[in-house]
Ligand binder design. Structure first.
Ligand code: SAM
Length: 390
């Protein structure tokens, strides 16, 4: 099914929550606030650093702060940073509230819609699955209840909440289907491994399938699987995929230890999964990828750039989420060295890779409008891809 996309609004589909005009205005306000903070308020932090925090640190230490951790110490008592930081945190909390209200209002209808949409693809849930501690013990990125909490029978609430919120969080820059990370990963594969034709593909930590569905279009003959630990997001993902005409097999599994047979997949991908898992879990996931890949297969994890590729100041700003946005593993995940993890998890480190690929959405916009705008995502409009070939 061909879908005509309006690139400036979130693409409607059969299970996306409706909004009243008041609810929509509230969400648009939060989106505008986030844009204003990113475009107009956040840049002032650099001025505050140069004018006050850096000189004060130099007076106290006899030298400028050199690392992002030292810049964090230098900025700790800077009023402008505290001001921006509190607005940023508030915008995040306002975002969740703005999407929860319409979801709560129409939850029974959303649950009924999901239950009725079962013809295409499959959905396999496991009520016995233990939710990893790294998700149980924190409301990740301030999302109430995270991805797994069930508020009602056959719940889809946090799938619906996440789908609406990502569009606001990304300020529309992940595209009408929030698919930018998948589209960008696919673009990299098609440019760098043009002969690669995966027959079975696994998307780990697929949430509501924002990235997953792009693989159905890129390799229409491939069997597409998506796994996640959260039942509400998977129920929603299955209904969303179906309403967008895509066949995906969703299952509730921990990516650290799945029930797929050895060598089941030619391509394993994850999109912003790794930074939400612990150090030990991330390594277990890579070991599982090694087991699940067929010989010659490829695993790719897409994330924002590692700190070593940024200036100390930019790394300090990117690291804000670690301490302020309930992302406890964010910092450690930005220290990943692909070859080291590959070597520790069964891969040949010589077959590990790290790459940057320009955001597919930004690239398409640049072509369409002839204007390239560096994104706030993926570190200046590019996503960092790391992984290995088996
Ligand atoms: C930021 S979201 C990923 C977004 C999604 N991949 C996309 O492209 O839109 C992270 C997801 O990973 C899932 N997750 C975290 N740890 C996991 C694990 N060990 N196994 C499977 N899924 C996991 C979470 O439940 C959540 O849905």
């Amino acid at each position: 099914m061909e879908i005509e996309l309006d690139r400036n609004v979130q693409q409607r589909h059969g299970i996306l929550p409706e909004t009243t005009s008041d609810e929509f205005s509230r969400q648009e306000f939060v989106k505008s606030l986030k844009f204003h903070l990113a475009a107009k308020v956040s840049p002032g932090n650099k001025g505050a650093f140069e004018a006050r925090a850096r000189p004060a640190y130099a007076r106290a230490h006899g030298r400028d702060p050199a690392t992002y951790a030292e810049i964090r110490k230098a900025m700790a008592n800077e009023p402008y940073f505290a001001f921006w930081s509190s607005l940023q945190r508030n915008s995040q909390e306002m975002m969740w509230k703005s999407v929860q209200i319409p979801v709560e209002r129409q939850l029974p209808a959303l649950v009924a819609t999901a239950k009725a949409m079962t013809e295409q693809g499959t959905l396999r849930l496991d009520p016995q699955l233990e939710i990893p501690r790294y998700h149980r013990s924190v409301d990740i990125h301030c999302m109430p209840g995270g991805y797994h909490t069930e508020f009602t029978a056959d719940d889809v609430a946090n799938g619906a909440v996440y789908d609406s919120a990502v569009y606001i969080y990304a300020m529309g820059r992940m595209g009408p289907l929030n698919s930018d990370i998948g589209d960008t990963t696919i673009a990299w594969l098609q440019e760098n491994v043009p002969a690669f034709r995966p027959r079975r593909i696994l998307d780990m930590g697929c949430t509501v399938g924002h990235s997953t569905l792009s693989y159905c279009d890129a390799w229409p003959g491939a069997e597409m699987h998506g796994i996640d630990v959260g039942a509400p997001v998977l129920r929603y993902a299955h209904a969303r995929a179906q309403s967008l005409g895509k066949t995906v097999h969703f299952s509730q599994q921990n990516a650290e230890a799945t029930d797929f047979a050895d060598g089941s997949f030619d391509l394993i991908v994850s999109h912003i999964l790794v930074h939400e898992t612990s150090n030990a879990a991330m390594r277990a996931i890579m070991r599982e990828c090694h087991r699940l890949l067929a010989d010659g297969g490829i695993v790719i994890h897409a994330e924002t750039p590692p700190y070593r590729d940024l200036s100390a100041y930019d790394a300090f700003m990117l690291d804000w989420d670690t301490r302020n946005n309930n992302e406890p593993y964010w910092g450690a995940s930005h220290e990943i060295v692909a070859a080291e993890i590959a070597a520790a998890t069964g891969f040949d480190p010589a077959k590990a890779f790290e790459a940057y690929e320009p955001s597919a959405f930004d690239a398409a916009e640049a072509k369409r409008t002839n204007v390239f705008q560096a994104g706030d995502f993926g570190g200046g409009g590019a996503w960092w891809l790391w992984g290995a070939r088996k």
